[in-house]
Design a protein around this ligand. Sequence first.
Ligand SMILES: [Zn+2]
Length: 236
Amino acid sequence: MISEISYLGGVCPAGPLGVQSGLPSYPKVDPRGWDLGDIEMAIALKRAELNQVMGYRKDYDAEEHNLCLALIRFQDGSSEILVAYSNDSAIPESTRLGLHLIPNVYDKLPPNERFGCDGMAQYHTEPKLLNYLLATLEVRQTAYRRQFLPRDPLYRFILQRQRQQARAQAVLSSDIKKVAAVVIVTEIDCCSTCTAYSIARFRERFPGIPLRTIELGKQVKGGVKPQYRQVTVNRK
Ligand SMILES: [Zn+2]
C-alpha cells in the first residue's frame, strides 16, 4: 500500500486545536508552538511507513491499532519526537526498532509512578509514551538490552546495531526536569481511562509542564480516517 501525502497548502484555517474527549484544555499553550501542518505530516508519514512495513503480513491490518506521537520541547529549545503503536507486540523487534517505536516500560516503573491503570489500558499509546518519558535512562536502556540474538550473522549484526542506536537515542529526553512542554498527537481520541489515568495524572504531577493533546478522531469500527486539517492522504 503506497500513500500519497500532501499539504492542503493552507486552504483550511488552523483553528483552535481541539480536545474532544472531555479533557479540560490546558490554559497555557507552549509559546514556541508546533505548526499543525508539520504535526499532521509527522503522524501521517509515520502511519504510511508503518503500513508499508507491515504490508508483508497479509492477515494483519495495521490500521486497526492506534499510532501516537509525543512531541517534546525542552527548555533549551531543542525537541524530540517519541512514537508509540498500540500493538507493537505484534511486530518483530528489528522492525520495531527500525520504526523507532518506543518500548513499553510500564512494568519497570515503581507502581506509584506509573501512568495507565492496571487493566489493558496500560498498552494504550498515551500511558506508553508518558511512562517512557518519565522512565530513567537505566530503565529505558534495559528495555533495549535483550538476550536474544539471531543465528544469522547479518541479521545479528543489524539487530545489535539497532539496539545500540536505540540506547543512544534513549539518552535524549531522559530528564523530565529539562522538559518544557509536551504535545500528544493521537489518531484515535484518548479513551476515558487514558484521560483519567494518564493525561490528567500527568498534569497533576507536572503542573509546570503544559501537556496538550491533539486528537484526530479516527474510528476503527466506523472506518473514520484521521481528521487532518492541513494534510491530505490518498491511498493507492
Ligand atoms: Zn486509552
